[in-house]
Ligand binder design. Structure first.
Ligand SMILES: [Zn+2]
Length: 345
């Protein structure tokens, strides 16, 4: 029974002093009524806590992978330092037969050395496969294609210490059979890309960034030559300027290696979250049927809630510190790491 006081009721004229006690009673009654009512509502309310997986890491709206084709020397001398200046990591598609042993044994000055690739891998760049000798896989026999793929995996394992978990087709030439062959034991292969090179301008790349954000998509940049070689830049500052722009859009674009983003998307699209809600507590059991030795990217979960002040989250006994934003809480978890316990107040 809410009470409404009109301005007329509350107006106390000098000749109505006798009404004061009655009005006071009304005010006290109304205030008490509202206070008790509010307390009852608060006490019974279980804040609704809903959990979902973010489209991209850290709940960014889009993703961008810088991928460099053919293992060019300038990728190491110029592109890597520029990427690292902004904290970015790139993906480098390597043709095993063209890589030099080390700085003492250079047979092709336009390509990198295994020594350089090891340094890049240690810093978190992705060393990936572009096949052994860059043949058009669609135009050779299946046996030859298998050899091109396997020989490159072996040499990269021997020289860098890892089997590439992603692959890029020479000339982007592929068909269903080749894709099936090349995708075995990988998180993905490059099936779409946009070129950054000779034709690119600062304006065209800015426009592309706007598109990536507007379409909430994953864009895969294909970069070849820097100052020389196929699709090289008349002025490489066009590329460095793009890195700087992307860094400024850090809160919207996730810059990840090809494998990181490919893994994230596959995990995101295949995971099932089984949720059990109790008073003040949610248990989430992630279920993912992908190969856990291949798909290692943490996923970002979003808790959408209002009215919750503090969260404690742990997975497998390990505490997870969430990021608390105005309307949601986000945290990273291991999709193969077992039950996630969320307690909240
Ligand atoms: Zn190539």
């Amino acid at each position: 029974m809410p009470m409404v006081f009109t301005s007329a009721t509350l107006y106390i004229s000098p000749n109505k002093y006798s009404q004061i006690p009655k009005i006071m009673k009304k005010i006290v009654f109304a205030a008490t009524f509202f206070l008790i009512n509010s307390l009852l509502v608060l006490g019974n309310e279980i804040p609704d806590v809903n959990i979902r997986i973010a489209n991209y890491k850290d709940d960014k709206v889009s993703a961008l992978s810088y991928t460099f084709d053919d293992g060019m020397k300038e990728h190491y001398t110029l592109a890597v330092p520029q990427l690292e200046k902004y904290g970015f990591r790139g993906t480098f598609w390597i043709i095993g037969s063209t890589i030099n042993e080390d700085s003492q044994h250079i047979t092709d000055t336009t390509h990198m050395t295994w020594e350089e690739l090891r340094i890049m891998a240690e810093k978190g760049h992705e060393i990936a496969s572009h096949t052994w000798s860059h043949q058009n896989l669609v135009k050779i026999t299946r046996e030859e294609a298998v050899k091109e793929i396997e020989k490159n995996d072996s040499i990269i394992l021997e020289k860098v210490g890892l089997i590439p978990i992603s692959l890029c087709y020479p000339y982007n030439a592929k068909n269903d059979e080749i894709i099936a062959l090349a995708s075995k034991n990988r998180v993905g292969t490059r099936l779409f890309e946009f070129a950054i090179g000779t034709e690119s301008t600062i304006e065209s790349l800015n426009k592309k960034l706007k598109e990536i954000i507007d379409n909430r998509e994953w864009a895969v940049a294909m970069i070849h030559g820097i100052n020389y070689g196929y699709d090289a830049f008349p002025d490489p500052n066009v590329l460095w300027n793009n890195f700087e722009k992307v860094k400024a859009l850090d809160n919207q674009i996730w810059v990840g290696t090809f494998s990181q983003v490919a893994s994230y998307i596959a995990e995101r699209d295949n995971i099932q979250l089984n949720t059990v809600k109790e008073q003040g507590k949610v248990t989430v059991t992630p279920q993912l049927s992908l190969d856990k030795n291949l798909f290692k990217e943490p996923l970002t979960a979003i808790i959408e809630t209002t009215g919750v002040q503090s969260f404690e989250i742990q997975q497998g006994g390990k505490k997870i510190t969430p990021k608390v934003l105005s309307d949601k809480v986000i945290f990273d978890f291991d999709p193969f790491g077992g039950d996630i316990q969320i307690t909240y107040k």
